[in-house]
Write a protein that binds this ligand. Structure first.
Ligand SMILES: NC(=O)c1ccc[n+]([C@@H]2O[C@H](COP(=O)([O-])OP(=O)(O)OC[C@H]3O[C@@H](n4cnc5c(N)ncnc54)[C@H](OP(=O)(O)O)[C@@H]3O)[C@@H](O)[C@H]2O)c1
Length: 200
């Protein structure tokens, strides 16, 4: 069985946990302060979602990372090689309270995240909607809410696409990171914050 980890238990990490739980899918979620600080979330989402350390969450087959941009290096430092496990990059290079875009030196944000998770197969997804909308029922307006994904490893993308569909969303493949990463990047890309719905 594919295991799922979540690093970051704020707006997006807990939204993803709620979506998994309502579909009966188990996951281990981690934050910076330790599993004991996540009891209200895990009580709400029992028995599917358990709290663990970052190291434990990072050992899963698929790991969604949702941590403020400036905290990513410290959150991911010291973890063992990812050995081909899948990382879903749900991060955007901008953060509260100033919402000043980070200086990426001409790189895509997902390329920078990939550099922090050596050996991982990175798929960018779950980053283009606000958490409040992401958490809502994806069967929306007579169709299915669209989630975009992009990545350079086709089999990793296929696994994330299957998860997206299982959760009730309509997945749209944007191609490799060099294309999809740009389209879905916030700020700068044309797709983020748009609520697309796919009709059968
Ligand atoms: N908010 C949205 O609607 C939204 C939408 C799309 C994408 N995003 C992106 O998703 C990411 C997370 O955003 P958010 O709004 O969910 O943030 P958030 O609510 O501030 O939550 C951040 C989470 O990251 C954890 N964290 C911080 N530093 C850490 C560290 N060094 N090690 C481990 N965990 C650490 C925090 O744990 P502690 O609380 O224990 O410190 C917290 O659980 C950002 O990159 C953001 O751009 C957000």
């Amino acid at each position: 069985m594919t295991t799922i980890g979540i690093i970051g238990a704020g707006n997006i990490g807990s939204a993803f946990a709620r979506i998994l739980a309502r579909n009966g899918i188990a996951a281990t979620i981690a934050n910076s302060r330790g599993p004991e600080t996540l009891t209200s979330l895990t009580d709400e989402l029992a028995p599917h979602i358990k709290a663990g350390t970052i190291e434990a969450a990072a050992q899963a087959d698929i790991v969604l990372i949702a941590v403020p941009w400036s905290k990513l290096p410290s959150a991911l430092a010291g973890l063992p090689n990812w050995n081909g496990r899948i990382v879903i990059d749900a991060n955007n290079p901008i953060e509260a309270p100033l919402f000043k875009p980070a200086d990426l030196n001409g790189r895509l944000s997902t390329e920078i995240v990939a550099g922090l998770v050596p050996g991982a197969r990175v798929v960018k997804a779950f980053n283009h909607l606000l958490a409040a909308l992401l958490t809502k029922d994806p069967h929306a307006e007579g169709g299915s809410r669209v989630l975009f994904y992009s990545g350079d490893d086709e089999s990793a993308k296929a696994e994330v696409a299957a998860l997206i569909e299982k959760l009730g969303f309509a997945g749209v493949d944007l191609g490799p990171i060099s294309i999809g990463g740009r389209l879905a990047q916030f700020p700068g890309g044309p797709l983020p914050a748009n609520n697309f719905v796919k009709f059968a």
